[in-house]
Write a protein that binds this ligand. Structure first.
Ligand code: NAG
Ligand code: NAG
Length: 192
């Protein structure tokens, strides 16, 4: 391997493989984000209906996200999940900002001041039922992707709505087989 390939593999390793994320070959697909994104309507509580595998969420069930608009225009992010292993809820508190006002549906989110922001792109939302979030990073000839479907109701959305969401993602070449459903059953989410 030449120096560049080694560097790429090491970087990919640091960012993904070694933390358990799946890599795909090729470039990040080109996607469209929600037009005329209204951040006010987007605030409030969402339940994670399904997600791509992400090591930082491994073993987490009953995941919810609460978004609160702050006075400075940034969004407070509170991701809460239940770990069956420890039988405890834990929260990750972060903040999200619109990085370019011309592209309001493209947010950058971080959970530590010392971390670079990760992309949080809203591909499509109707604000009242569902939102589709996506993130892709490319290194050389590899990419890694995360996708989430969050819903306002812990019961999710209707089958036709989910099938429309799948069609949207498949249309961009995103592999919907990588989704797994997040447990949101009240009986398995203590205290809910
Ligand atoms: C985050 O949300 C959880 C669950 O709703 C709540 O118990 C916790 O107090 C919140 N934390 C912050 C810092 O807002
Ligand atoms: C999706 O799954 C396929 C095979 O099941 C795998 O090759 C690919 O790397 C996965 N992609 C992501 C982004 O997880």
């Amino acid at each position: 391997m030449d120096k560049f390939s080694i560097a790429t593999v090491v970087l990919a390793c640091v960012l993904t493989v070694c933390v358990g994320q799946t890599l795909s070959f090729g470039r990040c697909p080109t996607v469209k984000v929600q037009q005329q994104f209204d951040i006010n309507q987007y605030m409030g509580k969402w339940y994670e209906e399904r997600r791509f595998f992400a090591i930082f969420e491994a073993g987490m069930t009953c995941v919810s996200a609460e978004y609160t608009l702050q006075d400075d225009g940034s969004v407070k992010v509170n991701n809460t999940g239940y770990r069956r292993l420890t039988e405890k809820y834990s929260s990750a508190i972060g903040d999200a900002i619109v990085e370019d006002p011309k592209e309001p549906a493209k947010l950058g989110v971080r959970f530590s001041r010392y971390q670079p922001r990760g992309d949080y792109w809203v591909l499509e939302t109707d604000y009242s039922q569902y939102t589709v979030i996506w993130w892709c990073t490319q290194f050389g000839f590899l990419n890694t992707q995360f996708a989430w479907v969050l819903t306002r109701s812990p019961e999710g959305v209707s089958a036709p709505t989910m099938s429309r969401i799948y069609d949207l993602l498949k249309g961009y070449g995103i592999n919907t087989k990588n989704f797994s459903t997040t447990e949101q059953d009240r009986s398995k989410c203590p205290g809910r």
